[in-house]
Design a protein around this ligand. Structure first.
Ligand code: HEC
Ligand code: HEC
Ligand code: HEC
Ligand code: HEC
Length: 140
């Protein structure tokens, strides 16, 4: 019986881990701290829930010379969007996130969609997030 339970626990663990095998975490913690930006607590982003609703290319992109989206290499946003605007990429990192995340949630509100995401600062940058707690603890 004990072995059967262990086996079932393993099957369950594998099932839960399946999305990770596909290459991305279900729920991501997005933090631009590595880019030297860290005024706000990091943002929790349910990648799996969003990916169920939208095509990958709604958010991921890699533009050719005609600005046609070639699908997006699934690279980190920060690989192309720098903390400050550059000639090659005029959209700085924070704006890139805000423009993508917030404008979609706002549009959904505008169109009275049944469900939308947060648009208030504190609802995305949550104080209670573990990394924010660590930062608060450090300050003391
Ligand atoms: C609603 C927007 C959105 C959708 C839809 C979406 N993604 Fe993402 N994805 C993101 C964001 C934001 C990140 C975090 C990028 C970062 O950390 O710079 C990310 C990260 C990833 C990463 C990890 C990249 C890395 O190097 O850390 C992979 C892989 C990925 N997405 C693949 C996909 C695939 C495949 C789909 C479609 C099934 C998809 N995404 C749909 C927004 C989205
Ligand atoms: C392979 C490079 C590359 C990656 C990776 C990338 N971008 Fe971009 N992005 C661009 C280029 C090039 C443009 C067009 C020039 C501009 O407006 O900065 C752009 C434009 C944008 C824009 C302006 C509106 C639009 O869609 O044209 C937003 C918003 C944006 N990116 C958000 C993101 C987010 C969020 C991520 C990560 C999920 C991301 N980008 C990943 C290269 C990239
Ligand atoms: C193309 C539209 C779109 C984009 C882009 C988008 N969202 Fe959302 N978001 C939604 C929708 C729709 C929901 C409601 C999903 C639900 O409740 O089933 C949502 C819900 C959320 C929620 C609350 C629900 C939950 O459990 O996740 C958060 C937090 C969130 N989004 C954060 C983000 C962040 C951060 C980004 C940018 C990295 C982002 N979203 C980009 C459409 C979008
Ligand atoms: C829909 C979600 C969302 C909302 C709403 C939102 N942000 Fe963000 N913001 C992000 C994401 C995602 C990032 C990139 C990850 C990070 O560094 O926290 C970001 C990055 C930032 C950054 C740069 C990183 C840092 O911590 O210094 C600042 C500053 C910021 N946001 C301030 C704000 C302010 C002020 C508001 C309200 C006016 C706001 N945000 C609302 C999602 C959001």
């Amino acid at each position: 019986m004990k072995y059967l339970l262990t086996f079932l626990a393993m099957v369950l663990a594998l099932a839960l881990a399946a999305p990770l095998v596909l290459g991305q975490e279900d729920v991501m913690k997005i933090s631009s701290a590595a880019q030297g930006l860290k005024d706000r607590p990091p943002v929790t982003f349910s990648h799996a829930k969003h990916s169920e609703i939208y095509e990958c290319t709604t958010c991921h992109h890699e533009y050719n010379e005609y600005l046609a989206n070639q699908g997006g290499g699934e690279a980190k946003c920060s690989e192309c969007h720098q903390p400050s605007a550059t000639a090659k990429n005029p959209t700085p990192l924070t704006l890139a996130y805000h423009q993508q995340c917030k404008s979609c949630h706002l549009r959904l509100l505008e169109f009275k969609a049944p469900k939308t995401g947060p648009i208030m600062c504190g609802d995305c940058h949550r104080q209670g997030a573990p990394a924010a707690k660590a930062k608060e603890a450090k300050k003391k």
